[in-house]
Design a protein around this ligand. Structure first.
Ligand code: SF4
Ligand code: FE
Length: 482
């Protein structure tokens, strides 16, 4: 099977029998829902761009399993070149969509599971590498989207999975059968799940031997029996149902998250990649989050759009020549490029795991994501500063189009005389989208919590920072003898 077009991808989604709820009601056809469509468009772009001669180098690669040309999103990294290519792809796709294009969680999940399963097999003689390789081959051949599902709802954060009052706060095995396992639980904040064909589940935190039933990784189709998806609300989401374009800010593209409920879902043996080997959970979690942290180079692509929007707002407001405006745009650029530098650096410093699959440098990946938890916040502050208050107070597109009062909006919301009022309104709404609206989910709060909240990176930075070796360096220079 060859690479799908965006249209073929949408057609393949139509065949899924997803059990999706939004606003308390079951959605009959998610692919036709106005709130969902922009997020589907963003994933469809990852298909179309793979077939675009201008981008195919960045979007495709040869499979190490079959030698066939595949979408890079379904690839197991075989070199530092592959890792670097991923980061560049992330930026390009962020520039094209100005949103979360959702497909990266699956890529980072297959990579983490692949390299970890090799090491589990070595210790226990299990067949997990075989299982995950067959799964990856399947998604490569069919050109499918996989949702990497890690984050459990966690209940009382002070208690381990097996110590929770409600045993389902972390996803777990509730029954073991000769032909497979049955699982129950819930994964939260699941990016792009309604646009995915498959779900690859991983545990979310380090586990002790008594958490055995919670140490489980597997893949199931997104429409498997027992799965319910509850769509997450986003700020300003119902604007997408008003039938206007300007007020949405980014009307073509968007992202989404949802809760995935697993209610006694059956997983056959050949789809299991970890089953009770608790000591490998930490490795799996670290590798997934390690891969996912530089994936946040996506934010530098969105950041490019935000910087451009702020620059246009300055032009349209007639303040582009003011030195403080120029300096704010420089500051935004510096912050954005700093994120990009750390994403590239951890990829260039990548190395092979025993499985042959490449892993990024964990310290630099954590520094990258720590930057992401901060810099987009400063960048949105600067963009709001440059845009002015009208980005949140201007009337609606319907007022602009109104036969009675549209001429007032046209007249009084004009900035520089040569720029149509509508263009100014559009760019201000785009800034609103990225800083406060649906786009802010992906650009702001996801920058904070996606791929791990700030403290998760600080723990890794502390662990990998090698303080004792640094003290020795200082002692030597200061000629301290103890
Ligand atoms: Fe990919 Fe970025 Fe969305 Fe995460 S936030 S899924 S890395 S586009
Ligand atoms: Fe994410």
């Amino acid at each position: 099977m060859s690479l799908k077009t965006g249209k073929e991808y949408v057609k393949s989604l139509r065949k899924l029998n997803l059990n999706v709820y939004m606003f308390g009601e079951k959605i009959d056809s998610p692919v036709d829902h106005p709130i969902i469509i922009p997020s589907m468009n963003a994933v469809a772009a990852t298909y179309d761009l793979a077939l675009d001669p201008m981008y195919e180098d960045l979007m495709t690669v040869r499979s190490h399993i079959t030698g066939e040309k595949i979408n890079l999103f379904n690839h197991v990294f075989q070199s530092t070149d592959d890792l670097v290519k991923k980061v560049k792809r992330q930026r390009m796709l962020g520039q094209k969509t100005a949103c979360c294009f959702q497909r990266c969680v699956g890529q980072d999940a297959i990579n983490a599971v692949y390299s970890t399963s090799y090491e589990i097999d070595e210790k226990y003689g299990t067949k997990y590498l075989d299982n995950i390789t067959k799964f990856i081959e399947y998604i490569q051949e069919e050109d499918l989207v996989t949702d990497g599902a890690m984050t459990d709802v966690k209940g009382d954060r002070g208690l381990s999975p097996s110590a929770q009052k409600d045993p389902d706060m972390y996803l777990r095995v509730v029954e073991r059968r000769p032909d497979g396992i049955v699982v129950t639980g819930c994964k939260a904040h699941q990016t792009g799940i309604v646009n995915s064909h498959e779900i690859l589940v991983m545990p979310t935190i380090a586990m002790d031997p008594e958490d055995k039933d919670y140490a489980v990784s597997f893949a199931v189709p997104a429409d498997a029996e027992g799965i319910t998806l509850i769509y997450g609300r986003q700020s300003c989401d119902t604007r997408k149902m008003e039938g206007t374009e300007i007020d949405v800010g980014n009307s073509q593209y968007g992202g989404h998250e949802a809760l995935i409920i697993f209610d006694r879902v059956f997983v056959p043996n050949n789809r299991i990649f970890l089953n009770g080997e608790t000591e490998f959970v930490t490795i799996l979690v670290e590798r997934f989050s390690g891969h996912h942290r530089p994936s946040y180079a996506c934010k530098t692509g969105v950041g490019d759009v935000l910087i451009g929007a702020a620059g246009l707002a300055a032009d349209y407001n007639g303040v582009a020549k003011a030195s403080h405006i120029k300096d704010k745009l420089i500051e935004m650029t510096h912050l954005n490029e700093t994120i990009y530098s750390s994403a590239l650096a951890c990829s260039y410093e990548g190395y092979p795991t025993p499985s042959g699959a490449y892993l990024i440098d964990l310290m630099l990946a954590n520094v990258c994501k720590q930057n992401v938890t901060r810099f987009p916040y400063e960048m949105t502050r600067l963009a709001e500063d440059i845009a002015g208050g009208l980005m949140v107070t201007q009337p609606s597109e319907k007022d602009l189009r109104s036969p009675e009062i549209g001429h007032y909006v046209q007249k009084y919301l004009r900035g520089v005389a040569s720029v149509p009022t509508e263009n100014r309104m559009r760019i201000l709404r785009l800034i609103e989208n990225l800083t406060l609206g649906t786009g802010a989910v992906g650009y702001r709060t996801e920058s904070m919590h996606g791929a791990g909240s700030p403290q998760a990176q600080r723990i890794m930075i502390s662990r990998l920072g090698n303080m004792e070796a640094k003290k020795e360096l200082a002692k030597k220079i200061a000629k301290i003898k103890e």
